[in-house]
Design a protein around this ligand. Structure first.
Ligand code: UD1
Length: 416
């Protein structure tokens, strides 16, 4: 099993071209089966999750061809309307494919994606919305059987602004004549990317980025070439890396407005930040001050996907910080590992209380999930001595060879 070996203490200098966003690309892959024309998605990151989504599309009968960062998807001849347990268990986002399957094939049998490493992650909001759209759903033996032959448009009020449910409803509604309105929709930038993609394919979608999204469906989807947005979580991870290590870097191809909740906190406590149209310059101050209170929230609040990484920064900042995780109930698994490295952290329910130390110390630790794994790498960059991070397949699900980028910036890190 591959590991990362890090000798901490180096400052970071240079430029990073931020990879395409996994969480934007996965719904775009799902959307590509809406048309029998060829679709080209550009800026696709080379990640296991993306490869797993390609496998799912191929199992339905689509052709998926990768050419560097471009992926061509051609779903002119779909043969199956079933996603097996073996495929669904590899990728939580397999659930996104349900919406477009219902739209295109009018039926689906999809294995329940089940729980995962950061919490229960139920799909009740997705299914409630589909039922309101007149989809007949039976849940039996770990599978969801759907009949969408009489699917209709309408007003859908979400009980919670779920990212995945918002995307799934958009994908199904894009195929139905008439107007569907999603109220209390999630506002994440990846949803705006999906809106732009669907609009380029010929559906009429507006309002993404606000709590009200309106979709007028079509049955004439066009061929499209589309460049996916940059990954805001990867952007945020590198911004935090500079705050932890010191130095000065330029993050290219990304938008500061997508991680404003992070940048405004870093600017107050540890970094000087200049934002341009499509790049961000971050220089560390000589001092790291604790951020008193951080609470994860749906966008534009502080992202749960940066909670572990900001905790690594708080572990080495002067003062006490309280981090509250509101989105997922099991997202503090990195804490035990950070404590092994000398961090002073207590967990009380959904709150982590962190008393900063000046430097952590190198230790052998294990990634427990994707973002928690990234946090351990950041902690290792600060630590005195050598840190070994095991189980880095979690990190590889979301970061394209994180060590290559960090090494280019001057970190002492290698994969063995
Ligand atoms: C997406 C992201 C994930 C990110 C998360 C929060 C993708 C592929 N994944 O996940 O990386 O961490 O947003 O920004 O884009 N919930 C329900 N019932 C449902 C759906 C959700 O109770 O049917 C709950 C979840 O358990 C969680 C909360 O709602 O507590 C948010 O989930 P949601 O926004 O749906 O996140 P995901 O789409 O799973």
């Amino acid at each position: 099993m591959a590991k990362l070996v890090i000798n901490g203490g180096n400052r970071l200098y240079g430029c990073v071209d931020v990879q395409g966003a996994k969480n934007a690309v996965l719904p775009l892959f799902a959307a590509s089966i809406l048309t029998n024309e060829k679709v080209t998605i550009k800026n696709v990151p080379d990640l296991i999750d993306v490869e797993n989504m390609a496998k799912i599309l191929r199992s339905l009968g689509a052709s998926v061809v990768k050419n560097g960062k471009n992926v061509e998807i051609h779903a002119d001849n779909l043969k199956s309307s079933e996603i097996s347990h073996a495929l669904a268990k590899e990728l939580r986002s397999s659930i996104f494919i349900l919406g477009p399957m219902l739209g295109r094939l009018k039926q689906a049998k999809v294995a329940y994606p089940g729980g995962c490493d950061i919490g229960l992650r139920p799909i009740d909001i997705h299914l409630k919305a589909f039922r309101e759209m007149n989809v007949k759903i039976v849940e039996r033996s770990g599978y969801i059987y759907c009949d969408a032959s009489n699917m209709i448009s309408g007003d859908i009020m979400l009980d919670y602004p779920s990212v995945g449910a918002t995307e799934n409803i958009m994908l199904a509604a894009a195929t139905i004549k008439g107007k569907t309105t999603i109220m209390n929709a999630a506002r994440e930038p990846e949803i705006v990317d999906l809106q732009n993609f669907l609009a380029a394919m010929g559906a009429s979608v507006k309002g993404a980025g606000t709590p009200f999204i309106e979709i007028e469906g079509t049955d004439k989807f066009k061929s499209v070439e589309y460049t996916a947005m940059a990954d805001r979580i990867v952007t945020g991870t590198f911004a935090i890396a500079v705050a932890i290590c010191g130095g000065e870097i330029m993050l290219n191809g990304c938008k500061g407005e997508h991680i404003q909740s992070l940048l405004s906190k870093l600017a107050k406590t540890s970094c000087n930040i200049k934002q341009y149209d499509d790049k961000i310059e971050i220089a560390s101050k000589n001092h790291r001050e604790a951020i008193e209170y951080i609470e994860t929230q749906p966008y534009p609040g502080f992202p749960t996907d940066l909670q572990a990484q900001i905790m690594a920064l708080q572990a080495v900042s002067e003062g006490v910080s309280i981090i509250t995780e509101n989105i997922f109930e099991n997202r503090f698994k990195h804490v035990c590992e950070l404590i092994k490295m000398g961090a002073a952290i207590r967990i009380k329910g959904r709150n982590a209380i962190i008393k900063g130390v000046d430097r952590l110390s190198g230790a052998e630790v294990s990634a427990q999930d994707l973002r928690g794994g990234a946090a351990l790498v950041l902690a290792g960059l600060n630590a005195i001595g050598t840190t070994i991070v095991n189980d880095i397949y979690h990190i590889d699900r979301g970061y394209e060879r994180i060590e290559d980028l960090l090494k280019k910036l001057g970190a002492d890190i290698r994969r063995i």
